[in-house]
Design a protein around this ligand. Structure first.
Ligand SMILES: Cc1ncc(COP(=O)(O)O)c(C=O)c1O
Length: 412
């Protein structure tokens, strides 16, 4: 039986995103690289431009009205983020440059505080983005901290039942990705966190890809840290978030020094501001925070269940479409997944596929997607990846498969 059409007014929604309406050589583009960055609705672009046109002033510094308004807007954006991920308090929302900086920040303060110490072990998963591998390696240099790896199976699902075996009395932290940017897997991070908590182990969740596909509730998850980037959830680049549990953040030392993070400064010693300012040194990315606030307001005004149903339909349609190509392999077939597909074609380099798709105005990503260990798991050097957002359509996917088919026939 035909599934009922999902009432999600995609044509209307697409009009909110100026880039989706642009053309290359007079023809529309298909934007399938949302895993790299998402497009921005006009509301976000206008919010940033309005700030510079009529509200520009530094925050937390001025006694004059313009500065107070900028401060109010900046703090309002923090509240919007707090509600978005259901954090208990705005004190737990630290603005950063993005997921990468958020994880580096967490790594640095955990190391400096001694919560990560000589001889400790950190568990990450085999499907991590480099941003959740390299910061631990860099900050732990010289401390003999070992990274242990939770593997995934051939479907691209984490082997969570192996986690207990990996945990030892030296395990100080488990840091895993919520949604894989390469395999599309939506990981059962709640189960990972529950196991970690049983052993009093800290947890960090890399939510870079999750925030645009999954409802995130940090209190329900029970994680200690949650990191994400504004630009992957329809906001601007250069702004991101590190959520941290308040009582834990209270215990941790500052990250960088200077600006708003101080309380008292003398040449002998300095004391530090309250949360979250303790972790926000220097003039922050004010317009970025306002843009992120506007993006979250836009995104959360959509009917989440309808959006999810639409994305699930795109996922099923995508998997079915790929299954018609005998010499094409999609990496990962997790049961619970986002519309992200990395694929390889027998005997054809992923770069050639990407370049030929570009001639059809279909924007995709090629390469290792900053997940070289995942590539190694499948014994490939790279893949072509299409990653969809709620504004993509079945028609776009249909056209993609038609063009892809033509390309493969031509390459033969
Ligand atoms: C899963 C995951 N983690 C981390 C990152 C890094 O995000 P950013 O470059 O915005 O810091 C990305 C970006 O692709 C990602 O997909």
């Amino acid at each position: 039986m035909e599934k009922p059409e999902i009432d999600f007014n995609i044509e209307k929604i697409r009009k909110d995103f100026p880039v989706l309406l642009t053309k290359e050589n007079g023809k529309p583009i298909t934007y399938f690289d949302n895993g790299a960055t998402t497009q921005k609705p006009l509301k976000v672009i206008e919010r940033i431009s309005d700030y510079y046109k009529s509200e520009n002033a530094n925050v937390h510094r001025g006694v004059y009205k313009l500065s107070s308004r900028a401060t109010d807007s900046y703090e309002q954006a923090r509240e919007t983020v707090q509600k978005f991920i259901n954090a208990e308090s705005t004190a737990e929302i630290i603005f950063t440059r993005g997921t990468t900086e958020s994880i580096n920040l967490a790594a640095e303060i955990l190391c400096r505080s001694g919560k990560l110490k000589e001889g400790d072990e950190i568990i990450v998963s085999e499907m991590e983005h480099h941003s959740n591998i390299v910061p631990w390696q860099i900050t732990c240099t010289g401390k003999k901290i070992t990274l242990k790896v939770l593997p995934f199976d051939e479907n691209g699902e984490l082997k969570i039942n192996e986690l207990e075996n990996l945990i030892s009395e030296k395990t100080a932290l488990i840091s895993v990705v919520h949604v894989s940017n390469t395999l599309g897997t939506i990981n059962d991070v709640k189960s990972v966190i529950e196991i970690a908590k049983k052993h009093n182990i800290l947890t960090l969740i890399d939510g870079a890809q999750a925030v645009s596909h999954v409802k995130v509730d940090v209190q329900n998850l029970g994680c200690d840290f949650y990191a994400f980037s504004g630009h992957k959830v329809f906001g601007p680049t250069g702004i991101g978030v590190l959520y941290g549990r308040k009582d834990l953040l209270e215990e941790l030392p500052p990250y960088q020094g200077g600006g708003e993070m101080i309380d008292q400064v003398t040449f002998e010693k300095s004391t530090f501001n309250e949360l979250p300012y303790k972790f926000e040194a220097g003039t922050p990315n004010i317009s970025g925070a306002l843009g992120l606030g506007a993006a979250i307001e836009y995104f959360t005004a959509l009917d989440f269940d309808k959006m999810k149903a639409h994305e699930d339909e795109l996922t099923s349609f995508g998997l079915e479409g790929f299954s018609n190509f005998k010499n094409v392999k999609v990496l990962g077939h997790a049961e619970n997944r986002a519309p992200i597909f990395s694929f390889v074609v027998d005997g054809v380099h992923h770069y050639d596929i990407g370049t030929l798709l570009d001639t059809k105005n279909i924007d995709v990503r090629t390469g290792h997607h900053c997940t070289q260990p995942t590539m190694r798991h499948f014994n490939v050097s790279g893949t072509t990846r299409i990653s969809l957002a709620f504004y993509n359509t079945k028609e776009e996917l249909k056209n993609f498969f038609e063009q892809f088919d033509k390309i493969l026939k031509m390459l033969k």
